[in-house]
Design a protein around this ligand. Sequence first.
Ligand code: FNR
Length: 418
Amino acid sequence: MTRGRTPLPTSHRERLKVECRVMPTRREIFQSLAAAVAAGRLANGSTVGAGALAQGTPVGSAAASPPVNLFDYEELARKRLSSMAYEYIAGGAGDEVTLRDNRSRFDGLRLKPRVLRDVSHLDTATTLFGQRLEYPILLAPTAYHKITHPEGELATAQGAGAAHATMCVSSFATTAIEDVAKAATGPLWFQLYVQPDRGFTKALVQRAEASGCRALLVTVDTPVLGTRNREARAGFRLPPGMERENLKGLVGNASTTAHVDEGTIYSSIFDAKLTWTGIEWIRSFAKIPVLLKGILTPEDAALAVQHGADGIVVSNHGARNLDTVPATITALPGVATAVAGRIPVLMDGGIRRGTDVVKALALGARAVLIGRPYLWGLSVDGAEGVRSVMTILRSEFQAAMALCGHTSLKTIDKSVLW
Ligand code: FNR
């Protein structure tokens, strides 16, 4: 297993082990999975993959061998993480209707293969806000990477860089944006949760800019958190020693606790008062492109353009906020139509296969983001796991493009769907 980690003080390491995860080697993981298969616990060793276990999606997976797809990584991570960390990451809101839909709606779309076209050279590059992306897949912002791996966001940034991918760093990272930037070997974007303290919010955006972040994703779908039963049952909390490093300095211990007033749904770390005026305010001082993350409807997409957003991320927050909203792949075409090419539209939610990326591009996305899968990679093998997850998805995407008869992103449109 590739490690290369800075040694941690024993007490910290022990605490992490107890609080978050057990840390067998990759060989031990494969051995224990092989034993489970032999004991018939994995459906007699048949084709049950992590996706099947987690989201009811049947996939071919041989989890007792090295991971070959993103579902394999989830299965390995599930064995490796504490149930608290696994449930926090994997879970969705409510009855997880939307969580299942985010996957199954991709599976419901069929691709159209075209033959006898020269696909010997593929160009997967695209340009967003003047930034060249080698391929149209980014790492979505996710909180608390240190619950997944002791090196947390530093390892993620290194894995993303090694895979030539852009990482979006969360406001709720367990590493300060300045430190992530120092370790990063590839481009960073910053995700903003607007805080009730607007002076602090502005300073945070300026810190991200000073750290070299090239775009700002303002998450607009979380005035309050969704109802997350799995997270609640697992008793999720930030383990001692971990903090929302970017929020240090806010009043009320916002970096360690999320104060929720008794009997209300409101939390001190989200601003339920944020409206379109707040977006105009951010745009008035931001020096980097401002994208709104968490738009699902054509109505809000039109308002986003009207209020000066530079881009939109169609997202239902990985189905973690409002349950029974549509899958993002279902919502994407309406948003793309409303935007009519005026600003780039990106999307995330449920992307696990290269074919999903082709489908999202076909329905109007300029690029996609993934959340949970790279966290599974991070948990299994640190930076190397992140690199591997991104590289697997990139190569699946290339194969899907070629088999659909396309050599460039420019020609991928609805005609690629059956
Ligand atoms: C998230 N997401 C998220 N979004 C955001 O804007 N800020 C954040 O801090 C987080 N944190 C977070 C933690 C975890 C554990 C998950 C799984 C997700 C949502 C994320 O950016 C993205 O929208 C989804 O993860 C995309 O769906 P998939 O790829 O996980 O299915």
